[in-house]
Design a protein around this ligand. Structure first.
Ligand SMILES: [Zn+2]
Length: 255
């Protein structure tokens, strides 16, 4: 399985528009972060997790010409606002499968009603999707792989993480209960959000992310959904425990 980090930044991305914070002005390309998303590829399949406002740029940068579907974690703008840009995939492939909690599908229908129109009323040129509801405790069959939804909380908002075999992707987590942690037993690689050093009501900070990684005990862990307030990539990475890394845009890993 190959994982490509399409974006590793928090909701505003890094640099933040108009910011003169030193991390926003950094010349290190690892300090430039688009909004969070990953491309997960195995056998002949390619799935994207989330479809934020940088989706177009991310598909171009990673050279993606075919996707088998999009799994959504939740409805926040930094995870959904690129949905219109599935058009090139739709024109070549037809309706693009999307997987999300029922609530998130409802939100997408409100924001992008024209995408969900079928038949002769559909605007020519509008993209189309095939919607699949993600239900906790019901693995999603993608080819031969059973993807396990992981139910976590982003302050008071429910969010899905996903386990793909030995790899799990959790973003926008603040809390996770023991039953969901058990679903992650034995994973080799975990991706989890770590926003900044200071606590935040709806995101893990670095210390909390490291505690969660220690509880889950994967072989390796990568941190994502990073704010400029976390600091320079190079400096933060030096302080991390063994087996824990800061993800950065364009990073590819094999699991
Ligand atoms: Zn987010």
């Amino acid at each position: 399985m190959k994982i490509t980090f399409l974006g590793t930044g928090t909701s505003q991305g890094i640099p933040v528009i108009g910011s003169d914070h030193p991390v926003c002005l950094s010349k290190d390309p690892k300090d430039n972060r688009l909004r969070v998303s990953v491309l997960v590829e195995w056998d002949e399949y390619s799935y994207v997790v989330d479809c934020g406002p940088d989706f177009r740029q991310q598909m171009l940068r990673a050279g993606v010409s075919h996707i088998d579907g999009i799994l959504f974690t939740h409805e926040h703008a930094d995870h959904t606002m690129g949905l219109d840009d599935i058009r090139p995939f739709f024109f070549r492939q037809g309706d693009i499968p999307i997987y999300a909690h029922e609530r998130v599908l409802g939100e997408l229908k409100q924001r992008f009603p024209y995408i969900f129109v079928n038949g002769k009323d559909k605007y020519p040129g509008a993209p189309g999707v095939q919607s699949f509801e993600v239900i906790n405790n019901r693995p999603i069959s993608l080819g031969k792989l059973k993807v396990v939804p992981i139910d976590v909380m982003h302050n008071r908002l429910q969010v899905f993480g996903y386990r793909f075999g030995d790899f799990a992707y959790l973003t926008d987590v603040k809390t996770i209960n023991e039953r969901e942690i058990r679903k992650l037993a034995g994973i080799k690689v975990l991706v989890v959000n770590a926003l900044r050093m200071e606590p935040h009501p709806s995101h893990l900070n670095l210390e909390e992310a490291l505690e969660l990684i220690a509880r889950i005990a994967p072989e390796r862990a990568y941190l994502t959904h990073i704010s400029h307030l976390l600091g320079f990539h190079e400096e933060v990475e030096k302080k991390l425990p063994e087996g824990v890394f800061l993800a950065y845009d364009d990073l590819q890993i094999e699991v």
